[in-house]
Ligand binder design. Structure first.
Ligand SMILES: Nc1ncnc2c1ncn2[C@@H]1O[C@H](COP(=O)(O)OP(=O)(O)OP(=O)(O)O)[C@@H](O)[C@H]1O
Ligand SMILES: [Mg+2]
Length: 286
């Protein structure tokens, strides 16, 4: 793709540690362009190219579609379809005047998120996302969820070839991270699909309960900042005691068990995405 085919309108859609995402027009169609500086840091270039390599193999209605890549002025630009409804975090908490989502609406969104995950884990070689959280799930104007941000994702091939795992090493976002990752007890592989299942269940608990997994009352000084050291220590402490995440109790009773089954401390007992999908699809809410 040529960068001259893109026309920017000065609208920023998001900003992260390595990237900023802007709205643009590609030959007349609105798209999102994730821009990452690669001039100085070889590591950023490697990460960006890996993100593109993994993302380019994925084609699913619940996964944001990659449209192309270009290099411009020391940056890599990753061009994707524009998803107009913001991200799931914005949808969950909305603004004061927004109409709240009903439980059946939330269930429809949840099932589609699990569908996206079942596709990721079922594709060959499987893809483990590694950073599932509400900010990395976009939603269309009709509330169709689309998983995005493959910056930390790994395909099984890459895991075998390149990933060295250091116990306790944090790769995703602590609030949504599986205990075996946050506590560093999984020494076999850092990118187990079970870690994604925990993060997705944590995300869906947040969708149904409208509060995060660990701090339903926002006690313990948690201000929602994922780097908040005290909050991470508090989560680790709860995990060491194998505490059932408190916000599960605030989830609609019909969905509660299916999500609680995914938030288990023994990864071997965690269902596969397809099993989770079957359970979630069986729940009918009138
Ligand atoms: N295709 C898109 N359409 C609309 N908005 C998008 C799109 N892609 C990203 N955004 C917005 O930008 C935010 C950040 O995007 P993304 O998660 O890809 O980057 P990041 O978190 O900054 O990246 P990294 O974690 O690699 O630093 C999203 O939460 C969303 O609000
Ligand atoms: Mg992100």
């Amino acid at each position: 793709m040529k960068s001259t085919e893109l026309e920017f309108r000065g609208k920023e859609l998001g900003r992260g540690s390595f990237a900023r995402v802007e709205q643009a027009s590609l030959l007349g169609t609105t798209v999102a362009v994730k821009k990452m500086k690669i001039v100085r840091a070889a590591r950023v270039k490697r990460l960006a190219l890996k993100e593109v390599e993994v993302h380019s193999r994925l084609h699913h209605p619940n996964i944001v579609q990659l449209m192309g890549v270009c290099f411009e002025a020391g940056e890599i630009w990753i061009v994707s379809e524009f998803v107009a409804g913001g991200n799931l975090e914005q949808l969950i908490y909305g603004s004061k005047n927004d109409v709240r989502l009903s439980v059946p609406e939330k269930l429809t969104i949840a099932v589609q998120c699990v569908q996206g995950m079942a596709y990721l884990h079922g594709t060959s070689p499987p893809v483990v996302h590694m950073d599932i959280k509400p900010q990395n799930i976009l939603v269309t104007k009709n509330n169709i969820p689309k998983i995005c941000d493959f910056g930390l994702s790994k395909s099984k091939r890459q895991i075998k070839a390149t990933v060295t795992w250091h116990p306790g090493q944090c790769m995703g976002t602590p609030y949504y991270m599986a205990p075996e990752l946050l506590l560093g007890t999984n020494t076999a592989s850092c990118a187990d699909p079970a870690c994604d299942i925990w993060s997705l269940a944590a995300t869906l608990v947040e969708l149904f309960a409208e509060t995060d997994l660990w701090f339903p009352d926002h006690d313990e000084g948690c201000d929602g900042d994922s780097d908040d050291f005290d909050a991470i220590c508090a989560i680790k402490e709860k995990m060491e005691k194998r505490i059932v995440p408190p916000s599960i109790a605030a989830v609609d009773s019909r969905v509660q068990k299916a999500l609680a089954d995914c938030l288990v401390y023994v990864p071997e007992f965690c269902p596969l995405a397809l099993g989770m999908l079957e359970k979630m699809s069986e729940i009918s809410i009138k």
